[in-house]
Design a protein around this ligand. Structure first.
Ligand code: FAD
Length: 312
């Protein structure tokens, strides 16, 4: 049994999602090799080699794999796939592009977004926006799996795997990279943040969203999130949306402000370690998942919270 784990990188470094997917790979059992693909990623490969439980790191050091386009990256993985029983990756927007292509070309069914490894061939995954958990047993000889990283803790360091540089196939020439526009922010990235302050329709306007959410988020060095209603109303940009059709997050602390707690929102944040809700409606469903609730008008509660945080 051997697993090939496609690493996620960001800015030349290994993204935290990789160490979380490694925990899932280790639970499946057998040797785990991490594939780092792209130019200028020697430092990321070294980070991967230090993770506990990694037997080998394969570094495909070529500009062909920059931007992790599905076509060349899938060709690279398929060239290696013969030696592996499991091809696995953290579930990210990048791998959601690559792994379905790998699964299709291997003619197997992808097992997406696993949240638990029950056995080497059996996995749990959320369906219906997290309202039901499906247990899937795969009979495919090769399993292609994406991992919901919020469900796994990150593997620690302590490994000293060998790094092998591999050539990889030529670019099949089916796609090319044009450009990307990255949002600049001083704040922690939403999916990696330890604290998130999230605002909903209760904020009432974009001005209020900035005026009430930002100061508290600044005090806590938190990322800012939003409900879909807040995004749709133009209070917050799209990339801040948390939920079924937004980002899945699991910070240490999630503060939901003026958010009712619709199932589609809960699907993206209910794995947070501590959930605090501020809502003036004591019947709001968010209180069913909240560890701490403050039934209050947010326009009073947030300035008071800000003032208290300023004292600490
Ligand atoms: P509301 O439900 O309107 O709640 C506002 C809350 O603010 C209320 O509970 C109210 O009591 C409280 N409030 C109002 N004023 C104050 C005040 N002054 N002080 C304190 N509290 C106050 N939603 C998501 O968030 N993420 C998703 O990814 C997502 N995906 C979806 C996918 C599909 C297919 C569908 C159908 C829906 C999806 N939704 C998603 C939408 C979801 O169903 C809800 O409509 C949305 O989450 C509601 O956002 P909200 O809680 O901000 O607004």
């Amino acid at each position: 049994m051997a697993t090939l784990l496609l690493a996620e990188t960001a800015g030349g470094a290994l993204a935290p999602a990789t160490a979380k997917a490694l925990t899932a790979a280790t639970a499946i059992g057998g040797a785990v090799h991490i594939l780092v693909a792209g130019s200028g990623l020697a430092a990321a490969a070294e980070q991967a080699a230090k993770l506990a439980g990694v037997e080998k790191v394969l570094l495909a050091d070529s500009a062909t794999f920059d931007h992790v386009l599905a076509e060349p990256t899938a060709a690279l993985i398929l060239g290696l796939a013969g030696a592996y029983d499991v091809i696995l990756a953290p579930s990210t927007s990048t791998t959601k592009n690559v792994l379905p292509r790998v699964a299709a070309l291997l003619d197997v069914a992808q097992i997406s977004d696993i949240i638990k490894v029950v056995a080497a061939d059996t996995f749990e995954r959320p369906i219906y926006a997290g309202n039901a958990i499906q247990t899937v047993r795969s009979k495919d000889a090769k399993k292609v799996i994406t991992v919901r990283t919020t469900a796994f803790s990150a593997a620690g360091e302590g490994g000293s795997a060998a790094i092998e540089t591999i050539a990889g196939p030529a670019d099949p020439g089916l796609s090319s990279f044009k450009s990307e526009a990255l949002a600049q922010s001083e704040r922690p990235e939403l999916t990696a943040a330890k604290i998130i302050v999230s605002g909903g329709r209760g904020l009432g306007s974009a001005e209020n969203f900035a005026k009430y959410i930002e100061p508290v988020a600044n005090r806590l060095n938190a990322a800012i999130g939003a409900s879909r209603a807040a995004v749709d109303a133009g209070y917050a940009p799209n990339d801040l949306q948390v939920g079924q059709t937004g980002k899945a997050v699991a910070p240490d602390l999630y503060v939901a402000v003026g958010i009712s707690g619709a199932i589609q929102h809960l699907a993206g944040m209910k794995d947070s370690k501590i959930i605090v809700a501020i809502n003036k409606d004591e019947e709001a469903p968010i209180y069913q998942v909240a560890d701490f609730g403050l039934v209050a008008d947010l326009f009073n509660a947030l300035p008071e919270l800000d003032a208290e945080l300023a004292k600490s």
